[in-house]
Design a protein around this ligand. Structure first.
Ligand code: DC
Length: 220
């Protein structure tokens, strides 16, 4: 590969395995991994921690004032504090879509994301990477899986974390609701671009997906 910074955009719905795949890929290619969903999650956490309502735009904009979201060594920091674990709580997943649809929030996050990609070769995952953040990305992938498979993965994750009072059906209906919000919102909805390579991993392992992407990126 040449010396210029390379960018790989990965988009797709929740639970498709994007972040797992992107992380391994970034590691193998020695690129920086940027989890953009984590940034929207961090702002959701801040809003809730302040006792504000994530479904109210004015509350979210108030919470966003003086908020610093940053990455270091693949860890996410909210106002200087590592929040890797806190942003994965179910309460964050339930509320993050409200925040992600606010135009002013997206503008701020996209700005930070573009700056990060200017500095280094990146693997960036999210919903609007190929469409808005890095429309000129060197490679674009749209990673997906069936709704049952994605819900089942998320359900198992929550059970493993010791989350009580969740059922598969509940996780599935929350995921359908989130897909709906992410795909139909006015600002930067989740969309495949014409130049995206579609990778459905319903019946594939993570390693198979990573290998497939690497073979495309390396042209083998
Ligand atoms: O990928 P995730 O589940 O951590 O994303 C959390 C939420 O943030 C999800 O509802 C979609 C939204 N999101 C977004 O709107 N744009 C992005 N680039 C990344 C995530």
């Amino acid at each position: 590969m040449s010396n210029k910074n390379i960018s790989i955009a990965i988009d797709g719905p929740s639970g498709a395995g994007k972040s797992t795949i992107a992380k391994i890929l970034a590691n193998k290619l020695s690129f920086e991994y940027i989890d953009t969903g984590a940034m929207y999650r961090a702002l959701t956490l801040k809003t809730l921690n302040l006792g504000l309502d994530p479904s109210m735009k004015k509350d979210v904009l108030q919470a966003m004032k003086n908020t610093i979201i940053d990455f270091n060594d693949n860890h996410i920091y909210l106002d200087g504090q590592n929040v890797d674990v806190d942003i994965r709580e179910n309460i964050i997943s339930k509320n993050v879509s409200y925040i992600a649809k606010i135009k002013e929030v997206r503008e701020k996050m996209v700005d930070i994301q573009k700056q990060l990609a200017d500095k280094k070769s990146v693997v960036m995952d999210g919903r609007d990477i190929g469409t808005v953040v890095l429309p000129k990305a060197d490679y674009k992938f749209f990673i997906t899986a069936s709704i049952d498979e994605r819900s089942s993965r998320r359900y198992k994750e929550l059970v493993l974390k010791g989350e009580k009072n969740v059922s598969f059906e509940q996780v599935k209906s929350e995921m359908i609701a989130r897909d709906e919000l992410d795909s139909n919102r006015v600002n930067s909805p989740l969309k495949k671009t014409e130049d995206s390579y579609i990778l459905d991993n319903t019946n594939k392992t993570i390693d198979e997906c990573v290998d497939e992407i690497i073979s495309i990126v390396e042209g083998v």
